[in-house]
Write a new protein. Structure first.
Ligand SMILES: [Zn+2]
Length: 246
C-alpha cells in the first residue's frame, strides 16, 4: 500500500480503531476467564462482555497493543512503515516520522511489532524453490565489559554460522531484460543460526523450516548430503568471481 492510500484508509484515530476492531473480530474474541467465544459489544465502554461469565475484554487486551497507551494510529503507521518498504526503519526514525516526544514507548512498540512478526516468520515454511547458502557473522556477547577493547579470538566473541534460505521464483510478468539480469525474484527469506556445517546439523534446521520435496539450489557441498532423501537438490557450481564478491 502506498502512503497516500494508507492515509485514505486510515486518516485518523477513529478509523484506525474501527479497522482494528474489525480485524480483531475476524480472529474472534475468546474470554480469558471461561474460554467462551460469544460476547456482547458494550459500545459506551468500548469493551466486549462475555455472554456466559460477564468478564470484560478490552479492544487491545490479548493483542500486541495490550497495555499500550499509544494511539491506534501510531501502531498502524509503524506497521505500515515496517512492512511496506524495503528499507528497514529504526525505532528512532519511526519516532521522528510520528513526531512523538518520548523515544521509549515508540521503541517498545516497534520492538513488540518486530517480535510478533518474528513469530509469524517462525511459523512460515518455505516452499517451491529455494536457494541455500551459508554466511558467517562475528557475534559479540552483550554482557561484554565495554571498557575493554575487542580482540580477535576472545572468548566473548565467536563466529556464528548462519544458513540463509531464500525462496526464488521465476517471474515472467515484470521481467525486463534491460533492467534485470535474471527472471528470478526472491520471495520469503529465512536466516537460521546453525551449530555447524556438518550435514546432520544442517539437515535438522532445514527440515524444520522448509517443506518436503522443495527444490533446493545450493553450491556443491557435502553439507547438503543429508537432504537428498526429502528434497529435490540442484547443485550449482559457483563461479570463482561470485565467491570473491560475496
Ligand atoms: Zn467468560
Amino acid at each position: 500500500m502506498k502512503l497516500i492510500e494508507f492515509f485514505k484508509h486510515y486518516p485518523d484515530e477513529e478509523s484506525c480503531k474501527i479497522a482494528f476492531k474489525s480485524y480483531r473480530l475476524q480472529e474472534g474474541v475468546t474470554c480469558k476467564k471461561c474460554g467462551s467465544t460469544s460476547h456482547y459489544w458494550k459500545k459506551n465502554r468500548e469493551q466486549w462482555e462475555c455472554k456466559s461469565c460477564k468478564h470484560r475484554t478490552t479492544l487491545k487486551s490479548g493483542t500486541v497493543m495490550q497495555s499500550s497507551k499509544l494511539p491506534y494510529q501510531y501502531w498502524f503507521i509503524a506497521m505500515h512503515l515496517i512492512t511496506s518498504t524495503k528499507k528497514s526503519f529504526s525505532a528512532k526514525e519511526i519516532q521522528r516520522q510520528i513526531g512523538h516526544k518520548r523515544y521509549e514507548p515508540i521503541w517498545s512498540m516497534v520492538h513488540k511489532l518486530r517480535s510478533v512478526m518474528g513469530l509469524r516468520d517462525e511459523q512460515y515454511e518455505l516452499g517451491e524453490e529455494i536457494e541455500l547458502d551459508e554466511v558467517f557473522f562475528e557475534t559479540v556477547s552483550i554482557t561484554r565489559d565495554k571498557t575493554e577493547p575487542l580482540k580477535r579470538g576472545r572468548g566473548s566473541q565467536r563466529q556464528s554460522t548462519v544458513l540463509v534460505a531464500a525462496e526464488s521464483r521465476v517471474e515472467e510478468q515484470n521481467y525486463n531484460p534491460k533492467k534485470h539480469r535474471t527472471k528470478k525474484r526472491v520471495g520469503y527469506l529465512k536466516m537460521m543460526v546453525i551449530e555447524s556445517l556438518k550435514k546432520e546439523d544442517l539437515a535438522v534446521v532445514v527440515k524444520e523450516k522448509v517443506k518436503k520435496n522443495t527444490k533446493i539450489v545450493s553450491d556443491k557441498s557435502n553439507s547438503y548430503n543429508n537432504l537428498k532423501e526429502d528434497y529435490n537438490l540442484d547443485s550449482k557450481v559457483v563461479p570463482k568471481k561470485e565467491i570473491i564478491n560475496r
